[in-house]
Design a protein around this ligand. Sequence first.
Ligand SMILES: [Ca+2]
Length: 489
Amino acid sequence: MLATLRSLGITPDFVIHHKYPPYLGDAGLLQHATTWAADTADLRQQLNDYLGTATASGVELICTETNGPITNNKNGVQSTSLITGLYYADSLGQILQTEFKGCTWWNLRNGRETMALDPSLYAWRAYRDGGMMSGTPAPSDRYPASYVAKVTNQFAGGGDTIVSASSNYQRLAAYAAKRADGSVSVLVINKHATATLSGLITVAGLTPADHAVAYAYGIAQDEAARTGVGSPDIAQTTIAGVSSSFTRSFPPYSVTVLSLKPALAVTTTTLGGAAAGVAYAQALSATGGAGGSITWTVASGALPPGLALGGAALAGTPTATGTYSFTLQAADSIGNLATQSLTVSVANVPFASWVAQNFTPGQQANPGISAPTADPDHDGLSNLIEFALNRSPFTPNAPLVSTIETDPADQQSYLTLTYTRRKPPRDVTYHIDISSDLATWTEDPAQVHEISATDDGNGLTETVKVRSATPVQAAGFQRQFLRLRVTQP
Ligand SMILES: [Ca+2]
């Protein structure tokens, strides 16, 4: 036919292949999937021979029918057995490594045909069926191939890449896919009737998360369908101890897909600065792991007062200045954990925020009321000073008064000024000036010493005491004045 097509100048777009194994028994069927490679080579060779390599290269191979040996009466009951389920998975793993562009299992629903059980086969349904399931809704009417298809759905899909995988044991087939989301899935089929086989799984090109999800179907589920006791559905379990090289046991006659995700990692490595009294929100993010939602907790340290973890964010209104270091932990839904050390610096209330908190929009628009130099309560203290001293701009306050205080250490008396100062970081600068005539003022740390700064415990301010360096008892002492001056940067 190919020669005739060639003589007519016709090139087929594709070749359809149907594949049904002969009677092979269970052990034979379980090794038969490896013949897909030979089938492919044979078809390609025929196309090359009859059409010429150049022409043949445009012809696609498609399999529109395959199943176990349902055409053979001798082992028809095998079609509804666990063995054909395993063969389905093994065939899929093999086909995905060939050039076949498509393959359709014959079929979803076909028809049941009662026949005698062959005791040499691992089978318990006394009927043949070319479908994956029967028409009635009982669990036993879904055949193993349908459940195995549910498992292999977790193996690969559109956009994924089949990557090399190998097993050094003929009865333990292994296949692998690099998934579009960066994860790697491993399909393992234990074809041994009674032995649990252990495989050392080595993963290249991915540091897997230490928790993964395993999807499996095997004797336990097939028995549940037979007895009605237990779940006939696929098993989905979380497994721990996954790494780039790990050992996993596979029960006899089972199909397993291990879904290995990239290691969970927190991608938020810095957080923006915050200011007391100013609403704050920073998104938190992580990659890898099971995907889906991440649960965030504080693993160590303490968040700035006023901030809390909620959803995937650190948010709130800070109430206290300072630099806060803490470690956040991200947890995915299957137990993968990742931590990240973070620091948030909380600055003092900015002057602009204080204005916004203390003045109405109308007042804010009126510089005579809200400007830094304004004094709406007529107490002689400008708004900037009121802010710097953490006072209210509308409550008249007494002015700062210098006092003469005696130092018990030297029994000398000093001109002393006590005032409230916002804790750093802050957006105002405090200056202490000294004068002997109220005309010439000097800011000189050598002449005025800060002798104490006591935290007020409110997270925002401290009480500062400064005094003249020269005691009133000093020879030639006449007069001294101290004043507080506040500037904005
Ligand atoms: Ca005032």
